[in-house]
Design a protein around this ligand. Sequence first.
Ligand SMILES: [Zn+2]
Length: 85
Amino acid sequence: MNGAIKGSLYYLCIPCGFIYDPTRGHQDSGLLPGTAWQCVPVNWRCPDCGAMKEDFEAVVFCTPQPEPEAAFSPAHEADEPGTGA
Ligand SMILES: [Zn+2]
């Protein structure tokens, strides 16, 4: 049913690597979940580095991931298998 885009669309901050996920929004800066990039105010800045919208680039992650942000969170690095007793 869906069209050409199979992956999820995100917006990458080129200078710092911050990812904006339209389905999650960014509530810290007043963007409610579901706020499309086109609806993000032009004066919105990257919460991490202050870059403007024009410094962002659309990216598509084609690999299905339940929590895309986890891939960018260093805190999730330590996922030990828990072997031994
Ligand atoms: Zn940034």
